[in-house]
Write a protein that binds this ligand. Structure first.
Ligand code: P5A
Length: 440
């Protein structure tokens, strides 16, 4: 991508409305734009990051055995009347009528709809276990949308729904998502701590929120410090091995961790003082086991091996991609801007032409740009005629992991400078060596 032809509406000034650093940086770098209260457009730079986040989520959902589908944003009120949640959901639900005056709603979640799909298509225990997920927009008319896409009214959610014949089966499904979530967040450079949580309007009695510790987080949380040392499940984790997954779940839930709603002061105070952590955090994921709450109300049953009908056991599992992007920024930035972890960076490298129009600089930059692009890297080439200081500031602000700086003097000697955005480390090397290093 050539910056001269890209759409990157960078703001020079700090936007006044932004209270936290991630919101400020997402607006300044032109990643998002508010369209109305709590409703955002994702501009090209933001969309690239969001896509990379979604790709990691997908890969880990697929690895765990979940299957992707796509359900609509608009739902019929009838389904929610069946489950009893149409009235219970209250003002957070955006209710609309179509031209035939039929009551519809913009889905805040999809338990009812997926249960309807299940009951009309699955008849036998032989089709179980089943876990269906999608990544789709949701709408919740939050009283206090704030911090940009951290708490918005329209937001993206990855929501998965598991169906099992028995409670034990459902626990295995829960543990699969538990392990998949640990891997998902870790691949984005985040350490998420699973904490016992309240189930709210989703229901059930087993639930964990995945929390990223951050001073700007909205949740008040309490946990043992040991979590920093716990191992993330390996890439070759066997998701069919119920005992192996239970061991991962048991390890991660062996020490105290709870959100304020589930906090047990006495249990927390029993932890030696130096090992306790009372902090704030961002909820990036939330998983639930709610048994037969929806399947019973909506008649989702299968024929079991005994020939009899069984109500299925269900769970649901959410991740907020449009919240994860600011959460990653909260965890990784400095005074100059964002520092993207490589796995979610909008571009892998940025080639900075210090003197566009200079034959040597142009040629060096084009050579590097072509070679990296051919190798499948996402490269942004700053081919504008902005001042040097401006170019460096933009590169640091948007936080691409590696900068390749080509100035007239160095290219005359066949060399460029590589700068690591995270460490600030700079290294001069030949053009060929720079390409080899980045192609890896
Ligand atoms: C689980 C999947 C559910 O809705 N039903 C389907 C369950 N859970 S949840 O905790 O209510 O939401 C799941 C995740 O969605 C993100 N999220 C939000 N992100 C941005 N703005 C919001 N207003 C918002 N509300 C929820 C969170 O990451 C949450 O963990």
């Amino acid at each position: 991508m050539r910056l001269s032809r890209y759409y990157l509406p960078i703001l020079k000034e700090n936007p006044k409305e932004a209270e936290i650093v991630s919101h400020r940086l997402m607006l300044r770098t032109g990643m998002i734009r508010q369209q109305s209260q709590g409703i955002y457009s994702w501009l090209p730079l933001g969309k690239r990051v969001l896509d990379k986040v979604n790709r990691i989520i997908r890969e880990e959902q697929d690895r765990s055995g979940a299957i992707e589908l796509l359900m609509p944003t608009l739902q019929s009120a009838e389904l929610w009347q069946e489950s009893g949640r149409y009235d219970a959901y209250g003002k957070e639900m955006l209710r609309i009528k179509d031209r035939q005056e039929r009551p519809m709603l913009y889905g805040p979640t999809n338990e009812e709809m997926v249960t309807d799909i299940f009951r009309s298509t699955v008849k036998s225990y032989k089709s179980l276990p089943l876990n269906l997920y999608h990544i789709q927009l949701k709408f919740r008319d939050e009283i206090r949308p704030r911090f940009g896409t951290m708490r918005s009214r329209e937001f993206l959610m990855k929501d998965a729904y598991s169906f099992d014949l028995t409670r034990e089966g459902a626990e295995h499904s829960y543990n699969k998502m538990f392990a998949a979530y640990l891997r998902t967040f870790s691949r984005m450079g985040l350490r998420a701590i699973p904490m016992r949580a309240d189930t709210g309007p989703i229901g059930g009695n087993l639930s964990h929120e995945f929390i990223i510790l951050a001073d700007t987080g909205e949740s008040e949380v309490f946990c043992h410090k040991d979590f920093v040392n716990f191992d993330i499940p390996a890439v070759d984790t066997n998701f069919d091995d119920a005992d192996g997954l239970k061991a991962i779940f048991d390890k991660w839930t062996s020490v105290y961790a709870a959100t304020s709603e589930m906090h047990d002061e006495a249990a927390f105070n029993a932890i030696p003082e130096g090992e306790r952590l009372s902090a704030r955090g961002i909820e990036v994921g939330h998983i639930f086991y709610f048994g037969t709450k929806y399947s019973e109300a909506m008649g989702a049953k299968v024929q079991g091996p005994d020939g009899k009908e069984h109500i299925v056991h269900m769970g649901s599992y959410g991740i907020g991609p449009t919240r994860l992007v600011p959460a990653i920024i909260e965890a990784s930035h400095d005074d100059n801007g964002i520092i993207w972890p490589a796995s979610v960076a909008p571009f892998d490298a940025m080639v900075i032409n210090m003197k566009a129009g200079d034959e040597g600089c142009d040629k060096a930059c084009e050579t590097i740009y072509a070679a990296l692009t051919k190798a499948g890297k996402d490269v942004l080439l700053d081919d504008t005629d902005d001042r040097a200081g401006q170019k460096f500031a933009t590169a640091d602000l948007i936080g691409v992991p590696t900068q390749i700086i080509a100035g007239p003097r160095s290219v005359a000697a066949g060399e460029v400078e590589l700068k690591d955005r995270k460490t600030g480390h700079r290294e001069v090397m030949t053009i060929e060596a720079a390409i080899n290093k980045l192609v890896g």
